[in-house]
Structures are given as C-alpha cells and as structure tokens.
Design a protein around this ligand. Sequence first.
Ligand SMILES: NC(=O)c1ccc[n+]([C@@H]2O[C@H](COP(=O)([O-])OP(=O)(O)OC[C@H]3O[C@@H](n4cnc5c(N)ncnc54)[C@H](OP(=O)(O)O)[C@@H]3O)[C@@H](O)[C@H]2O)c1
Length: 322
Amino acid sequence: MVINETGGPDVLSWEARDLGIPGPGEALIRHTAVGVNFTDVHRRRGDHHFLTPVPCGLGLEAAGIVVALGDGVAEFNIGDRIAYAAIPLEAYSDERILTAERLVPLPGSIDDKIAAAAMVKGITVQFLIRQTFRVEPGQVVVLHAAAGGVGLIACQWLKHLGITVIGTVGSEAKAEIARAHGADHVLIHGRDDIAGLARELTNGLGVPVVYDSIGKATFDESVSCLAPRGMLVSFGNVSGYIEPVYLSKVFGAESLFFTWAKMHHYIESRADLLGATQDLFEVINSGAVQIHVNQTYPLHEAARAHIDLEARSTTGSSVLIP
Ligand SMILES: NC(=O)c1ccc[n+]([C@@H]2O[C@H](COP(=O)([O-])OP(=O)(O)OC[C@H]3O[C@@H](n4cnc5c(N)ncnc54)[C@H](OP(=O)(O)O)[C@@H]3O)[C@@H](O)[C@H]2O)c1
C-alpha cells in the first residue's frame, strides 16, 4: 500500500510493483501478518516531524517467510520464519525486500500474528522499562493509554516485575481491560485526579517515572505525578506535541529528568535488536506477557484499521492479514 499524499485514511491505496531480486545482504520476505501502530497514523497524516516525503509506503512491523536471498546472507535460509521492526516503511505489503540485518528469526512457539503485533510494541516496552528507566520491584509507576497496544504489554510486563501500576485510559470499559492485565489502579482522563493518587500511594512523594505516549494533553499532569529526581519518559504524541516549556521552572523545581525515547535508537545495532527481542520472546514464552490481537483486518482494509485506532475504539493490538 502506498500514500501519494498525506491526509485521511482514504489516501491509502494499492499499487502493484515489481520488486526485482534481493541485492547483497538483502532478503525477499512474503508477509503473513502485518502490525498496525499509531505511528502509521502519524505518518499517513503527515503530523509535524512525521513529514514523510511522498509517495511512500507505510508500516514498521511484520512477520513472514524468507522467499529469496541476496548474496552474503549467512544467517537465514529460504523458508525461514522471521519478524521485524524496521524502516523503510513498507510493511503494508504482500512482499517486500529488506536488509537481512534487521530480521529476527521467529521461534516455533510464537505465532505470526503475535509476532506482527508484538515487534514494535513489545520492543518499545522492553526499552522503556528495562533501559530508559529501569524499574525496580516495589516501585509505583504511572502508565498512560494503559489499554492500548503498547499499554497492555506494559501493564503485564510491569506487573511481572513487581511494580504497582497506575494506568490511565479514556473510558470505563478500557479501565476494566487494563485492570485485567495487571494495572493495579486505573484512572480515567479528565475525570480522576491522577497526580493525587500517585502521591497517595507514595507517602506524598510522587512516582519515580511516568511513561507518557499521549503528549500535549497529559504533560502537565505527568510532571505533577513525579517525585523529586523522577523521570518523565515521553514516547508518543497521540494528542499533539508538547508545548514549549520553561525548562528550569518545570524540571528544575524538583530536579526532574525528561527524555523523548525512540525505538530505533535502542535497536540500532544487531546485538541491541536481538537482545531486546530475546527479552520480549522470553516474557511471551513464559506466559508473563500475553499479546492480545483484538482487531484483525484484511491488509487491503488498512484504512479501516486506521479509522478505528484514531477513534480510540481499539484495545490491545491490531493486525492486517495479507
Ligand atoms: N517512541 C517510540 O519509539 C514508539 C514506539 C511505538 C509506539 N510509540 C507510541 O506509543 C503510543 C501507543 O501506540 P499504539 O500503537 O500502541 O497505540 P494505542 O495505545 O493502541 O492507541 C492510542 C491510544 O491513545 C489514547 N489516546 C489519548 N488521546 C488520544 C487522541 N487524542 N487520539 C487518539 N488516541 C488517544 C487512546 O486510549 P484511551 O482511549 O484509553 O485514552 C488510544 O487508544 C503512540 O503514541 C505511539 O506513537 C512510540
């Protein structure tokens, strides 16, 4: 699928393309399942720094089978099951060519749909909670959008690590889902006092970390949840971009830390990519984290998947089937 211009879901269109044969170090992949991420919506709309030069493809993650290999690829064979989280954005496709360096071998225990749903979102949770701010058992943390794709994986993984999770969601129905996946306290945006509960559960101190994918709408509240020297980990902008802030006033008042964390900086080397996926596959295989593919669409109906994601009507992960 391609977008020839940025805009609404209707800009997604089909195009037949001759892929040719894979060059040195590359693999031709036939997709079996393709993951949908909110980032795809940002790219399609051309939001701010997602100003993608068009025409371009879309989609960051998928699972599939290696159907042809270029010279010099020793790690994979034709017929291998693989998954990836990688650019260029061409995952919304039946087949594509990708550098083999970015492929991860898929263990027999992990189904293609699960892998397609988990690569970007699961690796994101891995780096957020094991690298960006490495949580320790007994801590209380705030996690926004707790019933979403990233959110449900994060709730379960945090719970598994002995963390008390304060999750936030947009509706009571989503609150139930987040609770069922390990969130200890679930609050509703615009209705509940998130910072108040964060302080109540921490002897008035505040939490050591807030994981915030909502951006503009939650920034002030996220800051007010933090303990002195706490960290605001920003990793998404679904509500819009955070307004410019007076750094010394906002972060200096309690010596707070701020980071805007991006997946590709955490999996730049092959060793980092394999390390993060190994951690992810372990928690999936042990049953500590279940990947919930709650929405499935035919690939050619990707526009419908975008409409649902933007309308906040999805929970867990969405997958497209070629
Ligand atoms: N930095 C990175 O490397 C990285 C990697 C992967 C994902 N992400 C980010 O992680 C976030 C979650 O991604 P996802 O694919 O798993 O999506 P998702 O969480 O399944 O969907 C987004 C959720 O955000 C909430 N939301 C709040 N305000 C919204 C608004 N104005 N419009 C739409 N949704 C709104 C909704 O939940 P409620 O209704 O419960 O509020 C919605 O379900 C996104 O911000 C994405 O860009 C970042």
